[in-house]
Design a protein around this ligand. Structure first.
Ligand code: ZN
Length: 326
């Protein structure tokens, strides 16, 4: 199935830029899709290449039905070349292989597209080798580079390409996108989607990866708030000590405490962890709304500490204190 440009959610700026190239009939030889991982860059690059190869291009990209679209869908279009890392890096031999292929006559009269993904995995030698192709591309050949970190690419490569920036998105947009994905929306609770979206840093791809981990983490934390189980407390606090300052690590307990504060004030509130409502309703009356709000602030401060022994102790003290006042 060949993707449409309109299927890219939350990236209106990038889509407008890409459409403009087709409208003006002036498609650059070098395009650099850059931005956070999981924001749709590769999907956009593939949709753009499909539109480039299609014989009956529509306003929204490839038609999906012409012989070229069918070839592309089958993964066997001879005019589409992919360069991907083997053993983590794209080596100079990979770029030499690409150049050799490009030096041959194209199979069909369609333009040729090269997808280098992720381009920030090129070694310096590989990047230098590719630079020459970017400077003097073969006729009707377009190089699409996909990079998660622009700073990992040599400035000479960056300056040779037209840049297509991909933005991170508001949590609500990420949640909506997750909800529409068959592997997420249909199988997960709304609360899990919302929590993963809140911790994703605005990247639907990352939210999808977080879903499994977070589902487990939510159960653990709901348990920790319910009963003072020292073994569970120590296991969790040890995790906090070891992990590097992980974005989103504190998001699960923070969301739970936020819900507890809302529920303890008797509000029939719009809580994040809706599927845990019964569990949380049982815990909420143990403290006043002010105490829960204070707990939220303590947890937030703690989550910002660097990973170290002190952080572990702070979390243990917090959890035992939570139950000590029951
Ligand atoms: Zn087509």
């Amino acid at each position: 199935m060949v993707g449409r440009l309109s299927s890219l959610r939350g990236q209106d700026g990038a889509v407008a830029l890409l459409r403009r190239y087709f409208e003006t009939g002036n498609v650059p030889a070098g395009l650099l899709f850059h931005g956070e991982e999981g924001t749709g860059k590769e999907k956009a690059a593939v949709a753009f290449l499909a539109a480039l190869l299609c014989r009956d291009r529509k306003e929204d990209g490839a038609c999906g039905e012409c012989p070229d679209c069918r070839l592309l869908s089958s993964g066997a279009h001879p005019n589409l070349l992919r360069v991907e890392p083997e053993n983590h890096f794209i080596q100079i031999a990979d770029i030499r292989g690409l150049k050799e292929e490009l030096s041959l006559k194209a199979f069909s009269d369609r333009p040729r597209g090269v997808l280098v993904c992720p381009a920030d995995r090129m070694t310096l030698q590989a990047a230098n080798a590719l630079l020459k192709t970017l400077e003097e591309p073969p006729p009707a050949t377009h190089l699409l580079l996909v990079a998660h970190r622009l700073s990992w690419l040599p400035p000479t490569i960056v300056s040779r390409c037209q840049k297509i920036p991909f933005r991170t998105m508001p949590a609500e947009t990420v949640e909506d996108i997750l909800g529409e994905l068959p592997e997420a929306g249909k199988r997960r609770s709304k609360a899990a989607l919302r929590a993963a979206a809140a911790c994703s840093g605005g990247s639907p791809g990352r939210a999808l990866l977080l879903l499994d981990e977070m589902e487990k983490s939510r159960e653990t934390w709901a348990g920790l708030f319910t009963r003072p189980d020292p073994a569970a407390v120590f296991a969790t606090s040890d995790g906090w000590r070891k992990s590097e300052a992980q974005e989103g690590q504190a998001a699960v307990p923070l969301a739970i405490v936020r819900d507890l504060a809302l529920l303890s004030s008797g509000e029939n509130a719009d809580i994040i962890n809706e599927d845990l409502r019964d569990v949380l309703c049982a815990i909420a009356p143990r403290k006043t709304p002010q105490e829960w709000t204070r707990a939220f602030r303590t947890l937030l401060t703690m989550s910002r500490l660097p990973p170290q022994a002190q952080k572990r102790l702070a979390l243990e003290a917090f959890l035992f204190d939570l139950h000590g006042k029951d």
